[in-house]
Design a protein around this ligand. Sequence first.
Ligand SMILES: [Zn+2]
Ligand SMILES: [Zn+2]
Length: 128
Amino acid sequence: MKFSKQRELILNQVKSFPIHPTADQVYSALKQSNPSLSLGTVYRNLNLLSEMGMLLKIRIADGSDRFDGRTDCHYHMVCDRCTQVFDVELSELDSLNEVVSQKYGHELTVVTLNLNGICCNCRKAEQN
Ligand SMILES: [Zn+2]
Ligand SMILES: [Zn+2]
């Protein structure tokens, strides 16, 4: 299998994942039908794809990095209980640059926001 073919395979796998997978999860999903694939190759390609802007790499403070096939502007909430990563869209933050610029005169280039909490599923489970 060629390098570029593997990269495409990995990219498609992340894009089709309903959750934000770790490199390990991408590897386990692919290895059955691609026995020649190694975890190192998956890691390398995931990092490369995120550098190329084709994937989003989500750094988790005390866990493995997650990867996201969605590259449009959105934020992530990490559940403290199940460690699942959820997409959060905050149009409220669209005006952030304007607010910071007016208030302080700074111009924002990157907004990194760490949202932690207890997800809707875990909250439901606790209420039962
Ligand atoms: Zn949860
Ligand atoms: Zn996402």
